[in-house]
Each structure stands twice: as structure tokens, then as C-alpha cells.
Design a protein around this ligand. Structure first.
Ligand SMILES: [Zn+2]
Length: 256
């Protein structure tokens, strides 16, 4: 079976738009709908026709384009059941374990609340890709706007358990700034130092540092590394529960 083609492009101030396309059937989905015009332009560039939108959460910078895209393409909009009332134009409500098919490509819904109460991620195992919205960023994670640290830690743990080669597509690019914070928490992490150098170079050249991979995040992302002895020592939290250590890293980032 042919693999999904994935096209990532910048939109709004710091969002990424992502299109996924099944070459066998022509089905094409947008991951979130930050704004309509750049998505329509990307579709035109690729010669693809929008069939579906997969919404991760209700924030306006992920949903503002829904109405115009539906009107122009007649696409079907999937999104989290727990935020259905907050997402105008939602056609299909999804929850943990639900299947989502984009042509012949098979996705699975992973509930990842914390940034928002009903946030979901979309995982395509046969294509080795996960679309995580604002739950996981490269070397970072979303702010806890509608959830507490244990809730977000549970969500991140589900993503961390995916195969390490899984490509991670995020709603935003903050990798360079995230690395600067991460180095204050784990200054001697060699993989993180290398990632920081690469992210700074990419930022200087105007290149994305995304997609990342689960393996790369496990090695560098302090929000996935509360079990790191170096982080625990740095925070003075040796042996404490992982969700509490995660919460302290998040608090420090909020103040950074
Ligand atoms: Zn958000």
C-alpha cells in the first residue's frame, strides 16, 4: 500500500499547516484549519482536493479556517467529542481509539487532554506519523490551559510509548526557544546540545525543525524526561512522582 504523502507549510505567525494525501484514492486531509487561504493555496500547489479536516482542539488558531474550507470544498470535519460545542462546523465527533480513514490510510484517535480539556492526536501507524496539535512540541509541550500536570503527563506518556521512529507533526514551531529553556533544566544532555545547535541553525536559515521523531523527543525533550536522574537532581526532586517532576518543569518553563 502506498504511504501517505505529508506536506507541511507555515501559516499565521507561528503555526504549521499540514496536509496528508493518500495517493491511491486522492483523499486529502488538513490537520487543523489555522486559516483557509494558505491551506487552499497549499492544496493548489500540490494539485490535491480537500476531503477531510482532522481537528486536534478548539483553539481559534486551529479552527478559524473550518467554515471557509467547508464552504469551498464540502469537506468532512472530524474533531474531539469532548469539545464538540466549541468547534463550529464539526461533522464527526471522535474519542479514544476511534478509527479515522483518509482514503486507504488508517488513523487512530489518541485522547491527549491537558492543553485543552478534550485535545486529541491522530496516529497513523502504517505511515509512521502522529499529528499532536498543541500537546507535544519539539523539545517542549503545550501550556496547561485546561488541565493539570498529571492529566498532561498521562497524555504525553501515551505519545512517548509510540515507536521511536514515528514522525511527530506539531501545531507550532518553537524548537529553538524550547532548546534554550531545556538546557537550563538538563545542561549536560549531549543529544539536547546537538538538537539546540541544529535548531538554531535551522531558525537562522528559515528552515523548520519539524517533523521531529518520538525517539528524538525522548532523548531531548525535558517534558518527556522526568525520569532523568540529571533533571531530578537539578530540580532537587530525586525519586519524586514523574507527574510532579513534569509539573515542576512546566512551571519553570512558564516563568522562563
Ligand atoms: Zn492551542
Amino acid at each position: 500500500m502506498a504511504k501517505l504523502e505529508i506536506y507541511q507549510f507555515p501559516t499565521r505567525s507561528d503555526n504549521y499547516g499540514v496536509l496528508i494525501h493518500d495517493p491511491e484514492t486522492g483523499a486529502t486531509a488538513a490537520i487543523d484549519a489555522p486559516e483557509a487561504d494558505p491551506i487552499l493555496a497549499a492544496l493548489q500547489d500540490k494539485g490535491w482536493t480537500l476531503s477531510d479536516i482532522l481537528i486536534t482542539h478548539h483553539h481559534a488558531d486551529h479552527t478559524a479556517g473550518i467554515a471557509a474550507l467547508k464552504q469551498k470544498t464540502g469537506c468532512t470535519v472530524y474533531g474531539p467529542a469532548r469539545e464538540a460545542g466549541l468547534i463550529p462546523g464539526l461533522d464527526v465527533e471522535v474519542k479514544e481509539g476511534d478509527r479515522v480513514e483518509i482514503g486507504n490510510a488508517k488513523g487512530r484517535v489518541i485522547e491527549t487532554p491537558g492543553h485543552t480539556r478534550g485535545h486529541v492526536s491522530y496516529y497513523f501507524p502504517e505511515d509512521g506519523a502522529v499529528f499532536v496539535g498543541d500537546t507535544l512540541f519539539s523539545v517542549g509541550c503545550g501550556k496547561l490551559l485546561e488541565g493539570d500536570a498529571p492529566t498532561m503527563w498521562t497524555s504525553l506518556s501515551k505519545l512517548a510509548a509510540l515507536p521511536p521512529e514515528t514522525e511527530v507533526y506539531c501545531g507550532h514551531e518553537y524548537t529553538d526557544a524550547n532548546c534554550r529553556f531545556a538546557l537550563t533544566v538538563e545542561p549536560d544532555n549531549e543529544a539536547l546540545k546537538a538538537r539546540a545547535g541544529e535548531a538554531a541553525e535551522n531558525a537562522a536559515q528559515g528552515r523548520p525543525s519539524l517533523p521531529s521523531t518520538i525517539g528524538q523527543e525522548l532523548a531531548t525533550n525535558p517534558f518527556l524526561r522526568p525520569s532523568s536522574a540529571a533533571i531530578q537532581k537539578r530540580l532537587g526532586m530525586e525519586g519524586q512522582p514523574l507527574d510532579a517532576i513534569f509539573g515542576e518543569v512546566r512551571r519553570r518553563k512558564d516563568r522562563f
